[in-house]
Write a protein that binds this ligand. Sequence first.
Ligand code: ATP
Ligand code: MG
Length: 356
Amino acid sequence: MSRVRLCKLSTLNYRNLSPDTLDFPAGVTGVWGENGAGKTNLLEAAYLALTGRTEAGRLEELILAGQTEAYVRADVLESGSLSVQEVGIGRGKRQLKVDGVRTRNGDLPRGSAVLFRPEDSELVFGAPSQRRGYLDSLLSRLSARYAEQLSRYERTVSQRNAALREGQDWALDVWDEPLGTLGRGIMEFRQRAAGRLEELAQGANAELGSRKTLRVQLTESADPERYVEQLRARRAEELARGLTLTGPHRDDLALSLGDMSAGTYASRGEGRTAALALRYAEMQLLTERFGEPPVLLIDDWTAELDPQRRQFLLDLAASVPQAIVTGTERPPGAALLLHAAAGRFSPLTEGNRDGR
Ligand SMILES: Nc1ncnc2c1ncn2[C@@H]1O[C@H](COP(=O)(O)OP(=O)(O)OP(=O)(O)O)[C@@H](O)[C@H]1O
Ligand SMILES: [Mg+2]
């Protein structure tokens, strides 16, 4: 894979964004404006168009209130040739197209963007499912095989859960073997990635000025070598609860700072810093895998951050081929500045830059 650059972004009925097409240069684009202007929405739309992914809870949220469909389109430059990626959002479904041809999620350039958000603190303070989501989303972009195995594993867990709820003891034998094989594959992949992930996040956390060592470790509910046995051993309990109780869908990516659980003991700023370090690690792993840095989408570059951490984000944005940085304050050093107001974005030229 090669470098992907966002040249144009078009949106229609996407949250509060006015229907428009915006041009993005290489280097840093700064987007600034007051609260509620649509800065986060713009970054989210860019992320969706570049990756086919969204961090929103429900797809319906993305559609302009009162409408039934939303649409985003990215004109991307990839190894010198232009292609068009389109994402249509309807109720509960999304449709992806590359150059007019329908595709599955896996077929959009998988390393193409990383989104940094203030809400990333939830990776530290939120439930294990948030950290699993982070890990799975990252590993799915690193490996199409992981993405495939994960979706087959998740399907198998829900089918097995249905059998458990119906008390079909005999049917479980059918599910345990495939679950064992898929689960083992997922655990092994996660284990292989975890060391490098920790190394990168730890380094970034220290560089961000944290004095406490960040540890990032898998806590697994099952042993890959003995997974099927472990499933069998808990079957009575599982039948009673109607749930599959061991396996990668129950695991956590435990974060600690200076040997104390980060989720329980970290200060807000320490948590935010650890979350930044995780996003940094994501960006680095994608760069290592695809040979080029992804487009960085950095939301709210000042939120909850002290000067050293803000500078880290600005330096990071300046170090990659393309970044979009939003905030209520103008990010310094941008090649293009867009002023956001009520879902519209107007470029500031040299002439009127200082006037506003
Ligand atoms: N589906 C939707 N339909 C209409 N408006 C929406 C929809 N979803 C969100 N909005 C509105 O979009 C507006 C802009 O939200 P956004 O999060 O992009 O603001 P922002 O510029 O990032 O502000 P802040 O500086 O506070 O982070 C908000 O007023 C929000 O209520
Ligand atoms: Mg915002």
